[in-house]
Design a protein around this ligand. Sequence first.
Ligand code: MG
Length: 457
Amino acid sequence: MRWLLLCCIGFASAPGQSADRPNFVIVFCDDLGYGDLGCFGHPTIRTPSLDRMAHEGTRLTQCYTGASVCTPSRAALMTGRLPIRNGMCSSKRRVLFPNSKGGLPASEVTIAEALKGAGYATGCFGKWHLGHLPRFLPTRHGFDRYFGIPYSNDMDRVAGSPKGRQSFNAPRSKYWNVPLLQGEEVVERPADQTTITRRYTDAAIKFIDAAGDRPFFVYLPHSMPHVPLFASSDHAGRSPRGLYGDVIEEIDANTGRLLEHLRKAGKSDNTLVIFTSDNGPWLAYGAQGGSAGLLRAGKGTTFEGGMRVCTLAWWPGRIPAAKTSAEVITTMDLLPTLCALAGVKAPRDRPLDGVNVSAALFGTGPSPRQQVHYYRGSELFALRHQQWKAHFQTWGAYGAPPKHTHHDPPLLYDLNADPSEQRDVAKKHPQVVARLRALAKEHRSGVNAPPSQLEIR
Ligand code: MG
């Protein structure tokens, strides 16, 4: 039934062209900060593989997520739409929990569904967090294969495990009874989190090999470095940055292993790999959380540190090498971009917030994106137009005491001159403020929000 629906809205494949179709890999870290990679300026975390990826590809310094916390950010990536359009956000419950009954609606079209309809092999290896009931799992949203945890690695805390933050200082997998799924079956519980980064990568590599000559889409949403942090014995205790550094270095090594596998398999000249994060660092966890570098604040906020993420794009021969691009893009742009590169029509029967940014990735033209919308839950808190960003409301970090403030006039920052959002220039630029206010009003009037999936219990 659903397949028929997909065909009707324009996903019919063109047989015989699959050999020309590029492969896609999206490595999506969890709570990785903008400043946590060597190639994004971290002084002590060693990321030689990602530095090499940057050297062979393009570093994107102005890439945004669709939200500053896990569930809505993942929904945005998968659907190319702001979560306000599909019920995947809430100001009351900001993410899905083990007692949630909601999830990504079946009516949404994911990247996997769009590409699968064109003959792609599709696999998801990692944290899903778009609904853990069977009808919401990756296998029901276009993925042929799934291996991973259905929600965050700090959920299902076991009674009697150390209280509060103590459990994060010396974490043990058994403190959280998180299930590990293969397809729709629980194959391990609690998931052994110490080896999970390597096992996701192993599964992705195996899947790529099994795809043979078919084009593939691999979605690799690591559950690290979301707290509690775990590193394998190969990496634990090595980084001068402590356990957080060990975790990033393990992600680095495994990303390197994946890229090396693509090279050896002769697929590197036909594979686009994007490496990025779902949101900014969880600063409330101190040394267990990451760093947003020069950006203000982190996860949970609509400041730059919450939603601008360190991003690398790699496709030897297509994406310029050793380049830094300040083109403004978002993770929502990946759905229309990947569809365009695969020769597949993106859904046309609904508003998409993503735009095709392939010219920006290939260095052949500017990003068509003019605006960035910063939502906290179901409310538009800030808007960027060109280099200007207006904050209509602000709220403190996720997990920290709330300091909710309405700003009238809004705070205005020039992100080209002041990426750290330190100097409010609203008084100097009343016309810019008026323009951003009008754009926010226009945006709000164009959104019809369905009931929230995150509030269903
Ligand atoms: Mg996250």
